[in-house]
Design a protein around this ligand. Structure first.
Ligand code: NAD
Length: 499
């Protein structure tokens, strides 16, 4: 059995704790590797070595660090297919979707080539007599990234790029489910010129996370995952005085107004609801058609599209729409929630419960499901299902639809489909959600804007990528300077404005 270890001091090393987690091939259900879970001692060693390596890296001029970013872009492009193959085999997503996962991370590294610009401070000439004042941005030191299973390339790259470009060292603790791509990326960083020790990939479970949280050396934690863990990490970072940004779960609504192009809306819903088996934090999981006529027409268009979806392993070719979910437990949880929906009175219009893929009976495949007449009290509405299940909640008016979006505890993404500019503008302005799409189903911002949810979808300050990422991974120091010719005789005792 293949054994996966950690990336410490510029090379892959075996785990020493004697604890392991299984890494599955979700398409076949087979265990394909076992992953070493780090001990407190292994984590402490990785952090100590990162702190040593950070000193020289932080003092390297930003342009040289940017050159490492440039080289990394080339290397990821060179190895795109190789990375995507491994990614699909551990995560289960289709090959084109795996390449999209890598591409969206790569774009953040491209953005990080501009690190010298984002590291610049401000300067005031003559803030007082002979006095100049300037601010500088400095790296934090050693920071940590803790990432989820659903984007094993993109989210680690969102963390690594800005943290490293800003001059920090990073401890990355990837998901236990699909750990190989982060290790492959670590090897590429080395090839790109990143000094040993500046990036340590330490695999593990709650023990590894707690070791990060309890470390006195780690200055900041960037987390992405489910809401309860995001909140746990946020609270513990506050307790131990660390900066944190913790992004959590989602329940993204798409409002379909009566004037929307319903063919476009239905296509958008199918792609955003079922792509990656619904395992995206920006997946649309709730359709909110306004008016019964809109709802009836929409369901009529959705049903044949959903019934035609091709579910299969990534090896079956590029026309597969989505693959298996990540684990057997995830599959069972999704099917349990579907049953709860039925029991609580929702109308199951497309029933994927009996889905079976010949030759892949042990794989974690889940057929597509469409619910109609879901109400806000139902568990399938309140809970993030994270599977191929689309719920329809019928609203009588735009205000009622907006109220649903506003009242849900999650606030990651949302969308509206309409031809009316006033309605679209009102929605974008009033909704309490971090990322909004207007006739765009999955409004994931590009690398040079920032990404982050509101309410229970995000704890802490500042968003991921874009300019916010450099703010998160640096701290500002302000210097006031006066040279002898500007200094007047005598001590000053008053705290007064500068002349
Ligand atoms: P998860 O919360 O189970 O795991 C995320 C990370 O936390 C992993 O590295 C894991 O090892 C660690 N972890 C798990 N349990 C822990 C515990 N008890 N204590 C400490 N650490 C623990 O999430 P997941 O299942 O890997 O990912 C799916 C979730 O991530 C979904 O809720 C999805 O919406 C969310 N997500 C959010 C965003 C966003 O930007 N808001 C993006 C992607 C995914």
């Amino acid at each position: 059995m293949k054994e996966i270890g950690h990336w410490i001091d510029g090379k892959e090393v075996s785990g020493k704790s004697g604890r392991f987690a299984d890494v599955f091939n979700p398409a076949t259900g087979e265990v394909q590797a076992r992953l070493a879970l780090s001990s407190d001692e292994e984590m402490a060693h990785a952090i100590a070595r990162a702190a040593e390596a950070q000193v020289a890296w932080g003092a390297t001029n930003p342009q040289k660090r940017a050159r490492v970013m440039m080289k990394m872009v080339d290397l990821i492009n060179r190895d795109m297919d190789k990375l995507a193959e491994v990614l699909s085999s551990e995560h289960g997503k289709t090959f084109p979707d795996a390449k999209g996962d890598i591409q969206r991370g790569l774009e953040v590294i491209e953005f990080c080539v501009a690190a010298p610009h984002f590291m610049k401070g401000e300067f005031t000439d003559g803030a007082g007599p002979g006095i100049d004042m300037y601010s500088m941005r400095q790296p934090l030191g050693v920071v940590a990234g803790i990432t989820p299973f659903n984007f094993p390339a993109m989210i680690p790259l969102w963390k690594m790029g800005p943290a490293l470009a800003a001059g920090n060292a990073m401890i990355l603790k990837p998901s236990e489910r699909d750990p190989s791509v982060p290790l492959m990326l670590a090897a590429l960083w080395k090839e790109a010129g990143l000094p040993d020790g500046v990036l340590q990939v330490v695999n593990g479970d709650k023990g590894a996370v707690d070791a990060i949280l309890n470390s006195d050396v780690i200055q900041a934690v960037g987390f992405v995952g489910s809401t309860p863990i995001a909140q746990y990490i946020y609270e513990n970072c506050a307790r131990t005085g660390k900066r944190s940004q913790c992004f959590g779960g989602a329940k993204n609504h798409m409002i379909i107004m009566p004037d929307a192009d319903l063919d476009q809306a239905a296509d958008a819903l199918v792609g955003a609801g079922f792509g990656a088996a619904g395992e995206r934090c920006m997946a649309i999981s709730v359709a909110v058609p306004v008016g019964d006529e809109t709802a009836d027409k929409l369901i009529e268009k959705l049903v044949p599209k959903i019934e035609k979806l091709k579910v299969g392993p990534y090896t079956a070719g590029d026309d597969v729409d989505y693959g298996p979910v990540v684990t057997k437990a995830a599959k069972e949880n999704i099917l349990r929630l579907v049953q709860t929906g039925v029991d609580q009175g929702a109308e199951l219009v497309v029933d994927g419960r009996d889905f079976n893929l010949q030759g892949y009976e042990d794989g974690f495949f889940v057929g597509p499901h469409l619910f109609d007449r879901v109400t806000p009290e139902m568990d399938i509405y309140k809970t993030e299902i994270f599977g191929p299940v689309l719920s329809t909640v019928r609203a009588k008016s735009y205000d009622e639809a907006l109220d649903l979006v506003m009242s849900h505890e999650y606030g990651n993404g949302t969308a509206i489909f309409t031809r009316d500019g006033d309605t679209a503008r009102d929605f974008a302005s009033r909704c309490n959600i971090g990322m909004v799409g207007i006739n765009v189903p999955i409004p994931v911002p590009l690398a040079y804007h920032t990404f982050g949810g509101w309410k229970k979808s995000g704890f802490g300050d500042l968003n991921q990528h874009g300019p916010d990422a450099f703010r998160f991974y640096t701290r500002t120091k302000t210097v006031t300077s006066r040279w002898p010719s500007g200094i007047k005789e005598g001590a000053a005792f008053n705290f007064k404005a500068m002349d």
